[in-house]
Design a protein around this ligand. Sequence first.
Ligand SMILES: Cc1cc2nc3c(=O)[nH]c(=O)nc-3n(C[C@H](O)[C@H](O)[C@H](O)COP(=O)(O)OP(=O)(O)OC[C@H]3O[C@@H](n4cnc5c(N)ncnc54)[C@H](O)[C@@H]3O)c2cc1C
Length: 386
Amino acid sequence: MHHKLPQYPHKSTRELKASLFLFRLLSRRFIVRTSLYLWRFLKSIHFPIKQLIGFTGYEQFCAGQDVTSCASMTEKLAQYNVYSVLDYANEHTTSAMDYKHNATMVLETIDAAKNNPAYPFAVVKPTAIGSFKLYQKMGAGQKLTTSEQLIWTAMQQRFEQLASAAAQATVILMIDAEESWILDGVNLLVLPLFVKYNSDKVVLALTIQLYLKDRNLVYKSLLKDADEKGYVLGAKLVRGAYMEKERNRSAVLNISNPVCETKDATDNQYRDALQSAMQALDKHFCIVATHNQSDINWVVDYCSKNNISVRNSNLWFSQLYGMRDYISFSLAEQGANVFKYVPFGPLEQAVPYLIRRALENSAMKSQTLQECLMIKNELRRRKING
Ligand SMILES: Cc1cc2nc3c(=O)[nH]c(=O)nc-3n(C[C@H](O)[C@H](O)[C@H](O)COP(=O)(O)OP(=O)(O)OC[C@H]3O[C@@H](n4cnc5c(N)ncnc54)[C@H](O)[C@@H]3O)c2cc1C
């Protein structure tokens, strides 16, 4: 891909040096593992972890504590045509009060997005607004008790409220995907909303995790379903972030692991899904949510070979805030639609998210080292240019 420097225009030299230091640490799995044990220990003794904020990667991967404090960073990104979605980092909450609070936070991000081109999307994690246990139970076809039924109805209403707010604000609401064993339950609440809200344009986008076996086929059947029922399928294509959890659970339960057996198999499914998405681009909406350079190059090439504009409004690219910024800026430079997933929220709540990022960076050593190389090049360029 063609790169015109600078690659990190939104970061000061001091910030870039801090990023380089962090990515170097994250490329060492041993250090990441040890830090996680230390982190858990400090939590268990109720150490005031706020004091450790500078050592957690929080500033690298989260843009602020609340919607307002993210604005300075997201406006900076928007100057370079890199847009944002504000992602309230609060995973696996368990109380009715938390679900309500989290739904209110997502409504706040939808409100912030209204009439603000810097935020074309909003996003919700199903477990942030509803009970993990009930998604699992409903997905497995189990009967709910009377009190659970009331909670389920409240979960349904929350999705409905968010979809309706997104439609009114002309914002696209993405629904993240989490563990495979709650997917069916989530879909019971979400899929009916597609028929209602996506009848003539995309309001909702669900997430397809292509590391799950045969998920490319599921995606194809969803595209077919959308054609038959006459709605626009909004889909965010990802590989999947819960590999270790999936593996551990299937070992404990002695069931077959739903994740593809090899990285190659995941890659093949991802590419196949991209192919389906590109063929359906005249009707359906797709977000290529990956840091994988070769997939991104493939999509850009597909566009040029098939006379599709990379600016096509049904095609977006997305990367996580603080990761592979050079890819996002380069795509924007080529005129593609691109946005960053920008997590925000208090440090304590963001911890599970930060842990996932740390593990991912340490597992994907070569990509993390590539990130270090890009930052070093940019630092060198700034030194030469003064
Ligand atoms: C904008 C954005 C939104 C996202 N939203 C979600 C979401 O809603 N839900 C979610 O689960 N994830 C989400 N992710 C994370 C995503 O699923 C991946 O974990 C992450 O992007 C790394 O994959 P990659 O495609 O960027 O690149 P790559 O580095 O090419 O692939 C790494 C991925 O390949 C898969 N993989 C690695 N080793 C193996 C193996 N041995 N066998 C099988 N598969 C393997 C894993 O999924 C791993 O994460 C999102 C990512 C982005 C960029």
